[in-house]
Design a protein. Structure first.
Length: 416
């Protein structure tokens, strides 16, 4: 049996290919069951995210040809269109790859934590579909253990490396309790969505989202129990905001010094924290001159991010050492499985011998034989039967000068 990890990711394939090979959650159960039925595949799981689609499986062969055939048939796409983008990891390398993915070492943002949750979702889907066996199930649990140890023993996830996360971390430093604050987010793109997600996670009191298109603002705000406004309503709500984060594609500033100054007066000079993540800027630079306003730009945050990326790279080196140890630990477990069948057969043979001798002893006891004599005979007979075959094999090994077998026997039976 061979363990394989086959897939595509943001390194190897453009988004047009990744889209075609994606497996949404609502079809994953049936997809896994169909894959499991495919010839030569014994266990299977699928990890499908916006940045990667990976297949973890145990098969009778090392080549991914069977999987390629299944993908082509399932997705109605010619192998030549996606096969050049595939990578394949076999046995120990597939184990290492899964560990690195779960730890965020193979992510677009080094050390990002979301991938571990996605890996757990992949495991749960395969478990519910019934496509996991002993080996792959054990591998997933070792994967989660490795990721937990990396998170616990290194600083790989402790420093913000996205401008959205850095902005929220800075807000936490400025305000004692985010739960008492109102955040006004201007825009509805990916950066603002990520900022809203982080703010919501850290328990910000209230979220207002302003956007040129109200429907987009409403769709985003509804995810975080927020309140949506049109961009034209911004002057009416600016004074409510303790935190302002702006990221739009506007070519002209959205917030000028005069508008912010008016809001500060309405707030009776209660401090306002502002982050301009847009390029060109959404907030006029002169706003920084106002008292009670703390304005940061994307460049201010980028310096912090660069430092934090260096910290994560150093942590990644530590993580690789942890993964080395965890890979060897799992390989040791795999190697031990090779002895299980022999152990099982040996135990069965001993139990059959025991039952045979015991049955004769019980018959003798029921016939009125002396119990002490029966027990002594049982012990003598059982000992002889259990050691007869090993002794015969050792005598033959000696006759054939199989010193290796004799040495192994002394080790197995712990003979001094």
């Amino acid at each position: 049996m061979t363990l394989l990890a086959v897939g595509i990711n943001y390194h190897t394939a453009p988004v047009a290919i990744r889209e075609r090979l994606a497996f949404p959650a609502d079809i994953l159960d049936n997809t896994l069951k169909n894959l499991y039925k495919f010839q030569g595949i014994n266990e299977a799981a699928i990890l499908s995210t916006c940045n990667r689609t990976e297949f973890y499986y145990q098969a009778d062969h090392t080549a991914p040809d069977t999987l390629v055939e299944w993908i082509a048939e399932t997705k109605q796409i010619a192998p030549a269109e996606f096969k050049p983008y595939l990578y394949t990891h076999i046995d120990s390398q597939s184990i290492r790859h899964m560990f690195r993915v779960a730890c965020g070492l193979d992510s677009m943002i080094l050390g990002e934590p979301q991938i571990l949750g996605q890996m757990k979702t992949a495991y749960q889907a395969a478990y519910q579909a019934g496509t996991l066996g002993k080996t792959l199930s054990k591998l997933f649990h070792h994967t989660f253990s490795a990721a937990k140890k990396v998170r616990t023993d290194t600083a790989i996830g402790s420093s913000p490396v996205s401008v959205a996360f850095a902005a929220v971390q800075l807000a936490q430093q400025i305000f004692d309790k985010l739960s008492d604050q109102t955040a006004l987010l201007i825009g509805a793109g990916e950066t603002i969505e990520l900022t809203a997600r982080h703010l919501h996670h850290y328990g910000v009191g209230r979220i207002i989202i302003a956007n040129r298109t109200y429907d987009k603002a409403h769709a985003l705000a509804s995810q975080f129990n927020g309140y949506a406004i049109a961009l034209s309503e911004l002057p009416d709500h600016l004074a409510e905001a303790d935190i302002v984060v702006s990221s739009t594609a506007s070519q002209l500033p959205i917030l000028g010094k005069g508008r912010v100054e008016s809001a500060i007066k309405k707030r009776k000079h209660k401090p306002m924290f502002m982050v301009d993540l847009a390029v060109p800027r959404d907030i006029e630079p002169e706003v920084e001159q106002l008292r009670d306003v703390y304005l940061y730009t994307v460049d201010d945050l980028q310096n912090t991010i660069d430092q934090n990326m260096d910290s994560r790279r150093r942590a990644a080196e530590q993580a690789e050492e942890i993964i080395d140890s965890k890979v060897e630990h799992f390989l040791a477990w795999l190697r031990s499985q090779g002895a299980q069948e022999t152990i099982r057969d040996y135990r069965l043979q001993a139990e059959l011998t025991r039952d045979e001798v015991l049955q004769k002893a019980l018959q003798q006891l029921s016939s009125g034989a002396n119990s002490e004599e029966v027990i002594q005979k049982l012990a003598y007979t059982l000992t002889n039967k259990l050691i007869h075959t090993p002794c015969a094999q050792l005598r033959e090994a000696g006759a054939n000068e199989r010193h290796d077998l004799i040495a192994a026997s002394r080790e197995i039976f712990k003979l001094r």
